[in-house]
Ligand binder design. Sequence first.
Ligand SMILES: [Zn+2]
Length: 93
Amino acid sequence: MKYPKAIMRYCPKCQKHTLQKVSIYKPGKRRASAIGERRHAEDKKGYGGQKFPKLAKPAKVTKKVTRMLTCPDCKKKFNTYGIRIKKFELVAA
Ligand SMILES: [Zn+2]
């Protein structure tokens, strides 16, 4: 799917339409010192540590793509709902 790099869209903060920049949302790096990560590592440790079978054949063939829109006026970022798609590319429109 080809998607424009900038779209005209309503900004709830500015309360008007602005030409917003489109980028793809990427999750940040997981902190190893976070409590959930430490607890999970502790659970997995030792004999019988793997609590659920590792997925041999995943059900989904696609990944969700979340678009992140940035308003040029207030610099606020908006995430849109994710769409399942094999290929997503941003093109100049
Ligand atoms: Zn705005």
